[in-house]
Design a protein around this ligand. Structure first.
Ligand code: AMP
Ligand code: DBH
Length: 594
């Protein structure tokens, strides 16, 4: 083993209590709300560990995970039954524990759509360690921040993925982050790090350490102070955010599993469902709406799509009998165009088994929404969700008009939704305003972020979503825009302030303002307006140089500005703030005139 930490010795000598750290940054549900959510049967005391255990006991031989990559022999497809996933989670849990990872520890998980994602995540759930769900696109800036901010003890990566060497990035982050003791690598070549395949252990072989009593395997240890509890924070999800750094979202077993149960029902899932994970597996949408975890909750089958193109996805849908999947609007457009082209060429796109297509993450235009049924032959289900909680779905039996013109209504009768004006006064249905929400699966605060929380939540615990919506007479929500300083690049969220901060680090940049510009494919792209320092105006840097500068600072590619415009000064609002509204109008006008 290349890992210098000897198994199991760390937490004994350390005084620190990881679970206490998690709790210190966590804004719990007030007791009276928690009691009500339990009494109403929303929170049922399940954990992810118990959920998988129960499914595996009920139907051990049913296929849980299909990964078309990574297998041996002629057919690279890997198929894990529920029993196998359960066994792998146990072995992973035992191995992680033997390396000193335990309850409350944070582990940044950055994996593509591979079976190991589930082995790792359920292994962490079982020991009460918290996955921190990074996306494959994240780079040095994001990863080093997640590791440092959460005090992560572990970081799980692919080796080389999409031409990028995650091992190198991990080496750098590890050298800079004292808490980070374990880098685990999926695949054959871990470099200086630990191969993930070296971690799993037979639970019976693990030393009786600080966790389970020696005569009791972790699997049948009753509830104790080391066993994950339903009210515990299960993981940290990421927010697209609108501030300088991404915010972390603490979700509990109880609240998240309730959102899964609700999603499964509203999306018509059961044990026959076959869900294709097209979007990055760690993102909240393909994870939970109803996503892979909802599908496992329902006892169905999760098929992992290694990349989202129709060339890869369509044959997989046909071969595996996929019944349901979820896409962001640009991908839905791409799939519809591909299906039409194939039909025009006399080919069958092969989508007969597909029953439901969820589209969300960004606004799906009515025009595109109308094409889904005729072109793809399935029911469109719009989903307007957020990793902070609230998820809205159009219902499968809603009239087609409602399906194509709204973004759905909340999962739960106990989701409280307010549409308010700038002074937080409630507005009547049909009027556009700020969406505030509170409910049985919406957080009460970001993790360890008291200042943000003061601005992002009302005094009585409503989350300020930053979305501008209108509520129809049927209770459906229509997303009309956004008040938060964020660009939604086809479902990928870009916080303007974060990108501005990176631009400001360039020696020639005096000031920067990042805004959205309309784009026919992504809906929005990013445009950075830049005011140069006096001494650089005679010989301004090229746009590509600024983009390269931002990229080289190690920012995820989707955050690099699509366009850079140089101006002498920014337009100002009445009270002298930068008028992003005017900047958006200016770039939109210049795009239509050119
Ligand atoms: P996040 O908070 O990063 O999880 O991103 C959630 C945000 O994505 C929401 O607050 C909306 O701004 C946006 N969003 C998600 N789904 C939709 C949708 N169907 N239509 C419009 N915006 C959406
Ligand atoms: O954009 C999102 O964050 C999102 C979209 C659809 C989401 O979190 C979800 C469904 O659960």
């Amino acid at each position: 083993m290349s890992d210098p930490t000897s198994p199991g010795d760390t937490d004994v000598t350390d005084q620190h209590d990881p679970m206490a750290e998690v709790l210190a940054g966590f804004a719990p549900y007030p007791a009276e709300f928690a009691a009500r959510y339990r009494a109403d049967g929303h929170w049922r005391g399940e954990t992810f560990g118990s959920m998988l255990r129960e499914r595996a006991a009920a139907h051990p031989d049913r296929i849980a995970i299909v990964d078309p990559t990574g297998g041996a022999g002629d057919d690279p497809t890997r198929r894990w039954t529920y029993a196998e996933l359960d066994r792998r989670a146990d072995r992973m849990a035992a191995g992680l524990r033997a390396r000193g990872i335990g309850r409350g520890d944070r582990v940044v998980v950055q994996l593509p759509n591979v079976a190991e994602f589930f082995e790792v995540v359920f292994g962490l759930f079982r020991i009460g360690a918290l996955p921190v769900f990074a996306l494959p696109a994240h780079r040095y800036t994001e990863i080093s921040y997640f590791c440092a901010f959460t005090g992560a003890v572990g970081y799980v990566i692919p080796g080389v993925e999409g031409g990028f060497d995650h091992r190198e990035l991990a080496s750098r982050v590890r050298a800079e982050t004292p808490s980070l003791r374990h880098v685990l690598v999926v695949g054959d070549d871990a470099g200086e790090h630990t191969p993930l395949a070296d971690v799993p252990l037979d639970p019976a072989d693990t030393a009786p350490s600080d966790t389970a009593p020696s005569d009791t395997a972790p699997s049948d240890a009753g509830p104790s102070n080391t066993e994950p509890q339903p009210g515990d924070v299960a993981f940290l999800q990421l927010s697209g955010g609108s501030t300088g750094v991404p915010k972390l979202i603490p979700r509990t077993h109880d609240d998240y599993i309730y959102s899964l149960r609700g999603s499964v029902e509203l999306c018509g899932q059961d044990e026959h469902s076959v869900y294709l994970v097209v979007l990055p597996a760690a993102h909240n949408f393909p994870l939970s709406s109803p996503g892979s975890l909802g599908t496992l909750y329902a006892g169905g089958r999760v098929v992992l799509c290694p990349q989202p193109s129709p060339e890869t996805a369509f044959p997989l849908i046909g071969r595996e009998g996929v019944t349901i999947t979820g896409l962001v609007p640009p991908l839905a457009l791409l799939w519809m165009d591909a299906a039409e082209r194939r039909r025009a060429a006399g080919e069958d796109p092969g989508l007969e088994t597909l029953e439901v297509l969820l589209v969300g993450g960004a606004k799906f235009s009515e025009e595109a929404a109308r094409r889904v049924r005729p072109v793809l032959g399935c029911t469109l289900q719009q989903v307007f969700g957020m990793a902070e909680g609230l998820v809205n779905y159009t219902r499968l039996d809603d009239p087609e008009e409602v399906i194509v013109t709204t973004q759905g209504r909340p999962i739960s009768p106990d989701d409280e939704v307010r549409v308010v004006d700038d002074e937080d006064r409630d507005l009547p249905d049909g009027t556009t305003g700020h969406l505030l929400t509170r409910g049985p699966y919406t957080i009460r605060g970001y993790w360890n972020a008291p200042e943000h929380n003061a601005a992002s939540f009302t005094a009585d615990g409503f989350y300020r979503t930053g979305d501008l919506v209108r509520r129809t007479a049927t209770g459906h929500l229509v997303v009309e825009g956004r008040a938060k300083d964020q660009i939604n690049r086809g479902g990928e969220k870009v916080a303007a302030e974060e990108v501005e901060n990176h631009l400001l680090a360039h020696p020639a940049v005096h000031d920067a303002a990042v805004v959205s510009m309309p784009d026919p494919y992504l809906g929005e792209r990013t445009c950075a307006y830049v005011v140069l320092r006096e001494e650089h105006r005679a010989q301004p840097p090229k746009s590509v140089e600024l983009k390269r500068f931002v990229r080289q600072r190690g920012l995820a590619d989707f955050k690099v500005p699509d366009r850079v415009e140089f101006v002498d000064a920014f337009p100002a609002t009445g009270i002298g703030k930068v008028s992003k509204k005017d900047l958006r109008a200016a770039i939109a006008a210049s795009l239509t005139s050119s």
